[in-house]
Design a protein around this ligand. Sequence first.
Ligand code: ADP
Ligand code: MG
Length: 332
Amino acid sequence: MSLEKILSQGAKFIFVGGKGGVGKTVVAAAIALYSANIGSRTLLASLNPVHSLTNLFREDLSSGNIKKIGSEGELFAVEVDITDAVERYRENVSIRLREFLKWAEIPLDPTPFIDIATTNPAFQESAMFDKVMDIILKEGKNFDRIVFDTAAVANAIRLLSLSNIYGLWLKKMIESRKEALGLRAQLSFRKDEVLAEIQKDPVMLDLLNLNDKFTQVKSILTNPSYTKFFFVTLLQALPISVVVRFMNSVKSYNIPVGGVIVNQVISEIDAEKDESNYLKSKYEEQLNYLELLKKSVGIENIVGYIRQFPRDVVGLENLRLVVKDLIEFKFK
Ligand SMILES: Nc1ncnc2c1ncn2[C@@H]1O[C@H](COP(=O)(O)OP(=O)(O)O)[C@@H](O)[C@H]1O
Ligand SMILES: [Mg+2]
């Protein structure tokens, strides 16, 4: 199926992933630009720890605010900033920890524990996942389509796996909180009062809200009429093997696969013109890898090709050329 067709069938939430440096940012931006050109109000959201949209659009997006890009159609972009989410987490953890130490009558300064809990990478990633949930639920109302430029594979997979363990973790937390509150109710002589307190327990409310948010996002992410995950590869051994593994993990999280986009191909015409024969042999090599890709992911999953351009893709005018290839260019 073509990208054009896939987008025309919906695909409100699009994720773009692949090995580092294969062109995820360029492809995500091209899909977003195409989407805006066909009349969809589109948000391009970068989830990379090191952002690159600012460079691509020559526009300062580092504030973490949504900004309009160019003047053709309604294209917007944002480099997602997790500092406020991390800060919010930190406050939450800190309140809970202090509450617990007081309750257990342990005279300890909680600061070092809070630091340990909030500076590890897993914490940063769950803050990112929290942000993605917010964007899906909030910005999903303001935009027709949101394209996520995901970080390198390892990060993206952890982000996805979070979507699985998050649910389990929440269930456990809610159960154990219920148990703890239940125990307090049993031990107390004023049962009615304690039960009333449980109803407005802030920790419980937090957990239930989070669970509600998570359940909504999970149903969106696993619904093929809302979500599509695209993979970018080059016609080389390593990026192909990365895509194959990545695709399997995306499938195992029940996230619908949109297809594979092949970047930086050398066309037959360009290869023919090259007298040094370098491009000709490159072209032949690509054909072999294309066979491998077709066998590995299925020919029906290859949805577009983009040629290798002479320069880096920077600015809207270059991005337009990428869009054109993505929609029209036939490699083989
Ligand atoms: N088809 C292409 N032709 C020429 N340069 C490209 C092409 N695709 C990507 N690039 C360049 O390659 C570099 C890596 O692309 P990028 O989209 O940032 O990769 P990723 O996001 O996967 O790390 C960038 O400098 C980009 O401009
Ligand atoms: Mg990138």
